[in-house]
Design a protein around this ligand. Structure first.
Ligand code: DAH
Length: 355
C-alpha cells in the first residue's frame, strides 16, 4: 500500500471515533498543517518526473478531497449533536404548575405619603426632599432657634459628633431652609420624610415621619394657611365637613404660631373625624418668622408666607384605625399583610401620582 493510501486509511478510521471539535482541529493540523502529512506529500512532487508527478498529484488530490469532505461532515455532525443536546437541556415544560410567590404590600406610611403628596399637588405644591443627616445650622439656627434656646432641649436630639455639628434631623423643617437657600421665591413645597428624636413609647418612636409645608409669595396671609389646611384635612379624611380650630402656640420659626386641632367623636371605640366635641391636635403651623426669611436671603418686606408640619404616622393611625405606633416599625410580615395596601388598591381620593 502506498504512503498516501496508508494515511487515508489511518485517518478515515480515526474520523469514525467519537470526536469533539478540538480533536478535529488536531486532525486537520496533522494532515494539512505546514508540516502536515498531506502537505508533506505535496512537497515530494518537486523531485518526481513529470509523468509520475501527474499521476501522483491526481491521486493525492482525490485523497485530500475525500479527507476534507469527511472532516467537514464530521464537524456538521458534532454541531448538530450540540444543538440537540442544548435543546434537550433547556427545554421548558409549560405544563408544570406555577411556583407560589409572596406578594408585597405597601406600608401604611408609604401609602399615606402618596396620598398626602397627591392631595397637595392638586393645589400647586411640589415635593421637596432633604437628607436625614442634617447640620445643626439647618435644623436649628437658620430656623431662628439659636444655641441655648429652650426649644432645642424639647427635641431630644440624636447628635452625631461631640461638637454637635451634625445630627439626625429632629423635624422636616430644615427642608424649608434648603429649599429657600437653593432657589428664588415664590416657594410652594411639601417635604415628607423621616425624622428622629430620642423618645419611645406607645405613641412615640425614635424614628418617625413628618411632612413639612411651605408657601412663600407676595401677600400670603393666615387666611391662605387656613384654606389650605381645611382643604387638605377634608380630602385626606374623605369628609365634606370638618371641625377645625387654630390654638395659639409657639414655634421659634413662625410668628404668629398655632396648633391645629380637628373635632372628633368616639363611636364603638372607633374615632369618627368631623363630628362630636372632642379635639385632636394634628399639626403645628404659622407665618414664617422674618428672621428665618432673612437667614435664607429672602426679603421679608417683599415676601411672606406660611409653614406647617405634621406627623404622618399619626395621620395614618387615625385614618386607618391603627392604635400602636411601634407596630409600624417592627417589620412584622403578618402585621403588614393586615394593615398594608395592595399595590393595585386605589383610594377614592387618589389622583394618580405614580409611585
Ligand atoms: N417642626 C415642628 C415640630 O417638629 C412642627 C412645625 C410647626 C413645623 C410649625 C412648621 C411650623 O413648619 O410652621 O414640632
Amino acid at each position: 500500500m502506498s504512503d498516501i493510501i496508508k494515511i487515508k486509511e489511518e485517518y478515515l478510521l480515526k474520523l469514525k471515533d467519537d470526536l469533539d471539535l478540538n480533536n478535529i482541529n488536531q486532525i486537520k493540523s496533522e494532515l494539512f498543517g505546514k508540516t502536515g502529512k498531506i502537505s508533506n506529500e505535496f512537497k515530494k512532487m518537486g523531485s518526481m518526473s513529470s509523468d509520475s508527478r501527474k499521476k501522483f498529484a491526481s491521486e493525492l488530490n482525490v485523497i485530500k478531497d475525500e479527507l476534507q469532505e469527511t472532516i467537514e461532515k464530521k464537524i456538521k455532525d458534532i454541531e448538530i449533536k450540540e444543538i440537540n443536546l442544548k435543546l434537550q437541556n433547556e427545554k421548558v415544560d409549560v405544563t408544570l404548575p406555577e411556583r407560589s410567590f409572596k406578594r408585597g404590600k405597601i406600608h401604611p406610611v408609604s401609602q399615606v405619603i402618596d396620598e398626602i403628596s397627591s392631595i397637595f399637588s392638586e393645589i400647586g405644591f411640589s415635593v421637596a426632599e432633604g437628607p436625614d443627616v442634617e447640620n445643626e445650622y439647618n435644623n436649628f439656627t437658620a430656623l431662628n432657634t439659636p444655641d441655648n434656646h429652650p426649644a432645642r432641649d424639647m427635641h431630644d436630639t440624636f447628635y452625631l459628633d461631640d461638637n454637635k455639628e451634625y445630627l439626625l434631623r429632629t423635624h422636616t423643617s430644615p427642608v424649608q431652609v434648603r429649599t429657600m437657600l437653593g432657589g428664588k421665591p415664590p416657594f410652594k413645597i411639601i417635604a415628607p420624610g423621616r425624622t428622629y428624636r430620642s423618645d419611645s413609647d406607645q405613641t412615640h418612636a425614635p424614628m418617625f415621619h413628618q411632612v413639612e409645608g411651605l408657601h412663600i409669595d407676595k401677600n400670603i396671609n393666615m387666611g391662605h394657611l387656613k384654606g389650605c389646611l381645611n382643604y387638605f384635612i377634608k380630602e385626606f379624611f374623605e369628609i365634606d365637613k370638618i371641625k377645625m380650630r387654630f390654638r395659639p402656640s409657639h414655634f421659634p420659626f413662625t410668628e404668629p404660631s398655632a396648633e391645629v386641632d380637628i373635632g372628633y367623636t368616639l363611636k364603638d371605640g372607633k374615632i369618627i373625624i368631623g363630628e362630636g366635641d372632642k379635639w385632636l391636635e394634628i399639626l403645628g403651623c404659622g407665618m414664617v418668622h422674618p428672621n428665618v426669611l432673612k437667614n435664607v436671603k429672602v426679603d421679608p418686606q417683599k415676601f411672606q408666607g406660611y409653614a406647617f408640619g405634621m406627623g404622618i404616622d399619626r395621620l395614618a393611625m387615625l385614618k386607618y384605625g391603627i392604635n400602636d405606633l411601634r407596630a409600624f416599625f417592627e417589620t412584622d410580615y403578618r402585621w403588614l399583610n393586615h394593615f398594608g395596601f395592595d399595590p393595585l388598591d386605589v383610594p377614592s381620593n387618589y389622583r394618580g401620582l405614580s409611585r
